[in-house]
Design a binder for this molecule. Structure first.
Ligand code: HEC
Ligand code: HEC
Length: 542
């Protein structure tokens, strides 16, 4: 029932613009001014944009072969983020908005802090000269009127959820919105590039912004050039009301946390006396604090990987004085290996640089997750090289995979030098669940194993460096083609002494480990980033 009308009506819009060109209206400036203005915009463009978008604006700059989604081809005049109906050109304000804010969830950066207002305005005018569709037209594109969000309580939220099912958002975005719908592996944009159905639980990755009005706008306009349709015709056809479309937007907004998550340096493992959770779905985890850990493509050693599927993990930890339990959850739209994703994997391999996709064939690949610690507790704040250690300073890994469902311990002395530790049976136990686009894995290991030559001994009362890697087999990820993060740490709380009861708040402060500076830095980061709401904190490679 969901129709795509983007392309056909776009052709019509293009024809209309050409007709307008034929009936050429008086240009706003004298020829000379127009030429000088275009030259100013071109200078900005060649310096800052051409590396990705290409010298002629065809989306084919030197970086483009590594990127997914691909940089926009401006000669096609296809714009995703608009306030105009599907198939229409964007307003200047629409283009300016993307230039200012960037497109979260893609490599398109925001330029507010880099370019002056005059430079940004000039480059917007320049982009329009790259397509004949924008020739001075008598009628500029008309903005749709969006109204404002209706109020609503629980009943309204339920209606939104019901509509999400009825108008079949789930086909692409999945029942829980994690981008794992049945159509997800088959989606491609108008140029044949594979395109992900957005993970609706991560609104900070939405191209056009994550607020309910931003989402409503996208539902009205569609994202031209992609499979994301416009639902405006459902209102015109009186299949749903405008208010109901707002309810869908409000429901989608409710799938993400109130604030985008911030990366923090230290995961705190509280000490429990009543025993550790038995698996990742044990209800005991519900009351344990979750820490967000961002991941980025591995681009340091070859083969590099610019299009990782997993963009972050949630980490929780507990210990009972004898063992440590770590629960890691992350979103991955496929439970690999899954042959229904072969078409996706082949498309990704075909669209990425030859170097990036060297290992891409159809060998079934599992999903993987690795947790990394230093092989030995370092003195002070020293840490091995973050990318799987080095010969001098190796790292100790827990490496879990989805098929066969198992985990091994390993030592690594660099990204290509990983050796499983033989003869250790069940030293690290794992239990895992895949549920509607989400993996949940619990790792459990004794704090001390008696084999301190190979295995890290966990101690309480000091931060222990910890890092993560993730692979999505259905995205062709294996070996160095993975998502990586920088060092964080896990801090195992000391037992509370019977005589000195610590209030939970005080215990948090006292055990921050790296000192108050950690908390202070995190808070400062938060303050710095809430203004625009888009910065989720980055992981810096070191
Ligand atoms: C690092 C690569 C990179 C650079 C540099 C870059 N872009 Fe982009 N840009 C992209 C990508 C990738 C997309 C498409 C994202 C998507 O489709 O989700 C894009 C999309 C766009 C769009 C399309 C917006 C829409 O609504 O569809 C505009 C406009 C744009 N870029 C303008 C610029 C301008 C102007 C500059 C220079 C000031 C620039 N870009 C520099 C990567 C880049
Ligand atoms: C035919 C598949 C398909 C259907 C049906 C579909 N979507 Fe999408 N949707 C997509 C794709 C693909 C993208 C990603 C586009 C991109 O990244 O450029 C997307 C993106 C989005 C986004 C992110 C917008 C942004 O700014 O990046 C939201 C929100 C969204 N869809 C909501 C919905 C809702 C709600 C419905 C049902 C009313 C729906 N979608 C139906 C394919 C679909």
């Amino acid at each position: 029932m969901v129709r795509r009308k983007g392309t056909a009506s776009l052709l019509l819009a293009g024809a209309a613009a050409l007709a307008a060109l034929a009936a050429f209206a008086a240009p706003p400036n004298r020829q000379g001014d127009v030429g000088a203005d275009r030259e100013r915009g071109r200078e900005v463009y060649m310096k800052w944009c051409a590396g990705c978008h290409g010298d002629e604006g065809r989306g084919d700059g030197p970086a483009a072969e590594h990127l997914l989604p691909k940089p926009r081809d401006f000669t096609m005049a296809l714009y995703q983020v608009r306030s105009t109906a599907t198939g229409q050109l964007p307003l200047d304000e629409d283009i300016l908005r993307v230039v200012n804010e960037g497109m979260p969830g893609s490599s398109m950066p925001g330029w507010k802090a880099v370019l002056s207002g005059a430079e940004r305005a000039a480059v917007v005018r320049y982009l329009k000269t790259l397509s004949p569709d924008f020739a001075p037209a008598t009628a500029p594109p008309a903005a749709l009127s969006f109204g404002s969000a209706p109020r609503g309580g629980d009943a309204a939220a339920l209606e939104g959820r019901d509509l999400y099912r009825r108008i079949e958002c789930w086909k692409c975005h999945g029942d829980s919105g994690r981008g794992d719908g049945t159509s997800a592996p088959t989606l491609k944009d108008d140029l044949g590039n594979p395109i992900r159905a957005a993970d609706l639980t991560q609104n900070w990755t939405f191209n056009g912004g994550g607020t309910a009005p931003d989402i409503y706008r996208v539902l009205r306009t569609g994202m031209d050039g992609t499979p994301m349709p416009s639902f405006g015709d459902l209102i015109e056809g009186r299949i749903i009301t405008d208010e109901q479309l707002w309810r869908v937007a409000q429901y989608v907004r409710s799938l993400s946390p109130a604030e985008p998550p911030r990366a923090r340096d230290v995961v705190r493992a509280a000490r429990v006396e009543a025993g550790l959770p038995s698996g990742p779905d044990d209800s005991a985890w519900a009351s344990v604090e979750r820490y967000y850990y961002p991941l980025v493509g591995q681009v340091i050693v070859r083969p590099r990987w610019f299009a990782p599927m997993v963009s972050g993990l949630w980490v929780q930890a507990l210990h009972d004085g004898r063992a440590l339990a770590l629960r890691v959850t992350w979103h991955d739209p496929s439970q690999s290996p899954d042959s229904s994703w072969n078409v996706w994997r082949a498309r990704v391999a075909a669209r990425m640089g030859a170097d990036d996709s060297a290992a891409a064939d159809s060998t079934p690949l599992p999903d993987r997750l690795a947790v990394q610690f230093p092989a030995r507790l370092p003195a002070g704040l020293d840490r091995p090289y973050f990318l799987m250690g080095s010969v001098e300073e190796p790292v100790y890994l827990w490496s879990w995979e989805s098929e066969p469902r198992s985990a091994v311990e390993a030592t690594a002395r660099g990204a290509d030098r990983l050796e499983p530790l033989a003869g250790l049976t069940d030293s690290v136990a794992t239990s895992s669940t895949y549920d509607h686009g989400e993996w949940r894995v619990q790792f459990t290991r004794a704090l001390s194993t008696g084999d301190s030559t190979n295995q890290l001994e966990f101690v309480t009362g000091r931060p222990i460096p910890m890092a993560f890697y993730a692979w999505d087999g259905s995205n062709g990820e294996t070996g160095a083609r993975m998502a990586v993060g920088s060092w964080s740490a896990v801090y195992l709380a000391e037992p509370a002494r019977a005589s000195t009861y610590l209030s939970p708040a005080f215990a948090m402060l006292a055990t921050a480990g790296l000192g108050l500076t950690v908390i202070w830095r995190a808070q400062r980061h938060r303050r710095k980033t809430t203004d625009d709401g888009t910065d989720i904190g980055t992981s810096e490679a070191e």
